[in-house]
Design a protein around this ligand. Structure first.
Ligand code: GDP
Ligand code: MG
Length: 163
């Protein structure tokens, strides 16, 4: 089985942009992946000879009786359950939010290790602006710019090496 990388985080932090980088903009494949749930965005990625599957979450289409937060929680939960590695994406420009804390707490409860990714970090000096994310208690903060491609390859290497 190819390793599965799940991208989670609150809306608008750049999850789908990162997903597109990983899959080189190939459309998310919604066909069957054995044993995986179908209602999210799956893609194939490759780093050298190493192939992997990446799951984007979001693009929420809440059922009438379920609010967006419930739907988001459900998608996050399913993606995390299927993942070998979780990338928890935060927004380096917007800073830490209550929802980030909730997601961190949720991942901690599940006992799932996640790499903490600070996106939109292009042109930022290391340190100052990223320091607050250490509060989440998830260890190192990995700055990337999904939009510009900075740090994306090293992030992927780190994620695949953590397996
Ligand atoms: P999602 O809701 O988490 O999937 O976020 P999207 O990938 O849809 O991105 C949300 C917004 O952030 C879009 O306007 C993107 O263009 C922007 N964005 C994504 N990545 C970056 C980045 O690395 N730098 C900056 N400045 N903006 C970004
Ligand atoms: Mg998205």
């Amino acid at each position: 089985m190819k390793p599965v990388i799940a991208i989670v985080g609150r809306p608008n932090v750049g999850k789908s942009t990162l997903f597109n980088r990983f899959t080189k903009s190939r459309d998310a494949i919604v066909a069957d992946f054995a044993g995986l749930t179908r209602d999210r965005h799956y893609g194939h990625g490759r780093l050298g000879k190493r192939e992997f599957i990446v799951i984007d979450t979001g693009g929420f289409e809440p059922e009438a009786d379920a609010g967006i937060y419930k739907e988001m929680a459900k998608q996050t939960q399913q993606a995390v359950a299927e993942a070998d590695v979780v990338l928890f994406v935060v927004d380096a420009r917007a800073g830490l939010s209550g929802q980030d804390h909730d997601i961190a707490e949720y991942l901690r409860r599940l006992g799932k290790t996640a790499l903490l990714v600070a996106n939109k970090a292009e042109g930022m000096r290391e340190g100052a602006q990223l320091a607050e994310f250490y509060e989440l208690g998830l260890g190192d903060v990995l700055p990337v710019s999904a939009a510009h491609g900075q740090g994306v390859r090293s992030l992927l290497e780190l994620a695949l090496d953590s397996l």
